[in-house]
Design a protein around this ligand. Structure first.
Ligand code: B12
Ligand code: SF4
Length: 434
């Protein structure tokens, strides 16, 4: 590809224009593309992760690839997942092709994965190198809707995202959209089998992860532990059904077996999508939303979770399969970072309390958690007047939250000490049933 090279002392530094990069993205197969500077304020949270993967990053080239709509809408998971995987592979190939072409022109660039593989030694904290949603939003390629996925103004929710990190500055960047294609119809809220999406925009991360990602990542760990714990083949079959074991094989052989992506399937937003919906909303419900809601299927939920209540109330024809949480804290850092992700607003009810945590030992640190009006806030350090103060050896606390030891044992061993009413610890536990 043509690259402008400046004269004499600048000759070693190739110059590339914004338009050349956007044209290159399209030539390599992207359906849309946009540019963001690494210095953009929207990149504040991403910057350290991006620079740690590619310290020379100056510009991010956001990529959009559209998915075919009907396969994504199908109640047949094999069909929808094939579309996700095929488009996902295309995104990775497009990004890799761009990097190759840039490298041939003397421009340094790097392609983070579309989704997998991830930096799994950081699981269950942040495993991804860069948040493609954030880059795409900042580049003006769409906005996140109620369902938390990016909605492209033309292709709607039926897109997968990628990006290329580029070691050069460009003269112009994209501008975020001045409107959100999401028009808050809440069809995504109604279709989600585990109620992960709330009408007010709250996202129950653990409900989504536990059901949707049951056959891989943390769900796979649970599967392996069942293999290890089983006393015989018959005992194992009581823990994992024949179909579940085969599904896990399929996930390993052909790619993650997502159990639902109904939030994307039912979304009518986007210029290419909305026409038929506006013409006949009843037909959209009958032909696209209802088959997913009415599908008789297994739904994976943790005991005592909001998701379990939701399935029983909204989808009694679906079969509940009780499972352990897919995400697990292995350190105090994980516990503090993961608390907002596993918090269950429905279980918090009217609880209004401030918790102080003082962790001792190698993982020593202090933190405050406030639960009020069904919301959890977590801060470093001790703030405000505590209703319950918990002083705990970090390792024992992690074992306790993972249910590897009981509260009785850690209290007797004085590995955990409470100052305040112990029933507040029970109320706290109910908010994190996983
Ligand atoms: C982590 C992740 C997930 C997590 C969390 C989703 C989320 N809302 O962030 C889970 C496992 C639940 C998930 C599920 C799905 N995902 Co996903 N996922 C990602 C990933 C790796 C990063 C997401 C991200 O940017 N988070 C950061 C911020 C911007 O997200 P947020 O919504 O503002 O806030 C949430 C997260 O920060 C999360 N969070 C905060 N801390 C942590 C820590 C951990 C460990 C995790 C996991 C999450 C997490 O909690 C916040 C509140 O919900 C991207 C790939 C990538 N590298 O970008 C794909 C991506 C977002 N996923 C995608 C898809 C398609 C899905 C599924 C449809 C999968 C499927 N086929 O069934 C579902 C849809 C769920 C939904 N409604 O959001 C697409 C979305 C495409 C689009 N149009 O936007 C992406 C962009 C992959 C891609 N390259 O196209 N996903
Ligand atoms: S289904 Fe409706 S509410 Fe949900 S993201 Fe799409 S437009 Fe927004």
């Amino acid at each position: 590809m043509p690259v402008k090279t400046s004269m004499a002392d600048e000759a070693l530094r190739p110059e590339i224009s914004a338009q050349q990069l956007l044209d290159l993205a399209r030539a390599c197969g992207a359906d849309d593309a946009g540019l963001v500077s690494i210095d953009h304020p929207a990149m504040d949270e991403e910057r350290p992760h991006v620079l740690s993967a590619f310290p020379s990053t100056r510009t991010l080239l956001a990529l959009v690839k559209r998915m075919n709509r009907e396969p994504v809408r199908s109640p047949a998971r094999s069909v929808a997942n094939l579309e996700f995987h095929s488009t996902g592979r295309e995104v990775d190939e497009i990004a890799r092709r761009i990097v190759g072409r840039l490298e041939d022109s003397g421009v340094r660039a790097l392609n983070p994965a579309m989704a997998f593989p991830m930096e799994t030694e950081r699981f269950p904290r942040r495993g991804w190198v860069v948040s493609h949603k954030r880059v795409a939003e900042a580049a003006g390629l769409g906005k996140m809707g109620v369902h938390r996925s990016l909605i492209h103004p033309k292709f709607g929710s039926f897109v997968l995202l990628g990006c290329v990190l580029i070691g050069e500055e460009v003269e112009t960047h994209g501008q975020p959209l001045d409107f959100n294609p999401c028009f808050e119809c809440k069809l995504c809220v109604a279709a989600c089998p585990v109620g992960a999406l709330k009408p007010d925009g709250y996202f129950d991360f653990s409900a989504c992860l536990t059901h949707n990602y049951q056959q891989f990542m943390g769900g796979f760990v649970n599967f392996v532990e069942d293999v290890a714990d089983a006393r015989s083949a018959r005992d194992f079959r009581n823990r994992q059904s024949y179909a579940e074991t085969v599904t896990r094989w399929q996930s390993l052989a052909y790619g993650p077996n997502y159990n639902a992506a109904y939030c994307i399937a039912v979304c009518p937003a986007g210029d290419d999508v909305i026409g038929p919906y506006l013409q006949d909303k009843g037909r959209h419900l009958r032909e696209i939303v209802d088959p997913l809601k009415q599908k008789q299927e297994t739904v994976f939920v943790g005991k005592g979770t909001d998701a379990a209540d939701h399935v029983a109330r909204r989808f009694p024809h679906k079969t509940i399969r009780w499972v352990r949480s897919g995400a697990r804290a292995t350190s105090i850092r994980d516990f503090l970072a993961g608390a907002p992700l596993s918090f269950q607003p429905g279980k918090a009810g009217r609880l209004d309390a401030v918790y102080h945590f003082v962790f001792t030992g190698p993982q020593a640190c202090e933190a405050t958690m406030t639960i009020r009006k069904g919301r959890l806030e977590v801060w470093d350090g001790l703030h405000g007047q505590a209703n319950l103060k918990i002083t705990a050896d970090g390792r024992s606390w992690v074992r306790f939250v993972n249910k590897e030891t009981s509260l009785f044992r850690v209290l007797i061993a004085r590995a955990v000490k409470l100052k305040g009413p112990p029933q507040l610890l029970a109320s706290f536990g109910k908010c994190f049933p996983g």
